[in-house]
Design a protein around this ligand. Structure first.
Ligand code: HEC
Ligand code: HEC
Length: 251
């Protein structure tokens, strides 16, 4: 049936819902051992930092895709800042360590049930006043949120780790919709079940399903989370920690 075929095609879409990443656990475990022996002395065995910075909260890690940001730093180091170069490690070993770091970050973000793993003091390194300025200014957050409206008491509703996760990856039940304008000018609106450069398919409130060739209609996609995704690429490490410190004041 058409619908199930279309649903299977959702995965590669830019506007499909985010899924939890699939980790290659064998690589993660190899990476854990390797990280401990090569990096643990400075970054701590669990990568939360001691002599050298916490890598789990690093903006570099959150922006990394399959090592594109991390691998060059590991290979070349930052000699002027006491991060040694590991130029002799194989690409495979580095890939394993990258897998380990992503798994550590994912676990930290999703371990709201074990707050002792990730004390608030460690997360609260930002400046709340700067965070507030960013919220109302450059961050554009106030365009959609209000500290006395939807975000009132948000720090009471979520523990610190959950709050950080909510503001970085808020996707709870948010639906991507589209308005499709037909050639005769009729407009139809619904939840997107499939969309690519050739086709768009939506379901309406009453459950009807319809698809069109992209070339035959005019499509406007409404993705409520697009702003958050764009923000993820814009945040600096400081913005992120300042915002978080500010959100924590919304008790
Ligand atoms: C001798 C101590 C030392 C060792 C060993 C070490 N690092 Fe580092 N590392 C540092 C320091 C110090 C920095 C901070 C550099 C800076 O401020 O830019 C750093 C920074 C980094 C960063 C960049 C973080 C960011 O957010 O910019 C990454 C990634 C990293 N290290 C990964 C590793 C990995 C992986 C290993 C093991 C293969 C390793 N490091 C081993 C000291 C070390
Ligand atoms: C274009 C609109 C828009 C902008 C801009 C925006 N957000 Fe959001 N935000 C949303 C939507 C939509 C949700 C999802 C609400 C839900 O999950 O129910 C959300 C969810 C959140 C949540 C989770 C709230 C909860 O109760 O779970 C936080 C925290 C948050 N945003 C913080 C921010 C911050 C900080 C900024 C600015 C850096 C920002 N948002 C910018 C639309 C926006």
């Amino acid at each position: 049936m058409k619908l199930s075929g279309a649903v299977l095609l959702l995965a590669p879409l830019a506007f499909s819902q985010p899924k939890p990443p699939a980790f290659d656990m064998a690589a993660v475990e190899r990476g854990r051992v390797q990280f401990k022996s090569s990096c643990g002395f400075c970054h701590a065995d669990d990568a939360t930092g001691n002599r050298a910075p916490d890598l789990i909260r690093s903006a570099l890690l959150s922006h990394d895709v399959n090592g594109d940001m991390l691998a060059p730093v590991i290979k070349n180091g930052r000699p002027e800042k006491d991060m040694p170069a590991f130029s002799t490690l194989s690409d495979k070993t580095i890939a394993d360590m990258v897998a380990f770091l992503h798994k550590q970050a994912y676990d930290a973000m999703h371990s709201a049930g074990v707050p002792n793993d990730y004390p608030l003091a460690k997360l609260l390194t930002g400046n709340a006043a700067d965070g507030k300025a960013y919220f109302n200014g450059a961050g554009g957050c106030s365009g959609c949120h209000s500290p006395i409206g939807d975000l009132a008491g948000v720090a009471k509703r979520y523990g610190p780790v959950a709050l950080q996760q909510r503001f970085l990856y808020p996707s709870r039940g948010v639906k991507i919709t589209a308005t499709v304008t037909l050639r005769d000018g009729r407009k139809m609106e619904g939840v997107v079940v499939h969309g690519d450069e050739f086709e768009i398919a939506i379901t309406g409130a009453d459950g009807w399903y319809h698809s069109w060739k992209r070339s035959e209609v005019n499509v406007v996609i409404h993705d409520p989370m697009a702003a958050h995704q764009a923000l993820m690429e814009k945040y600096t490490d400081k913005d992120m920690h300042d915002l978080f410190a500010y959100l924590e004041t919304l008790q």
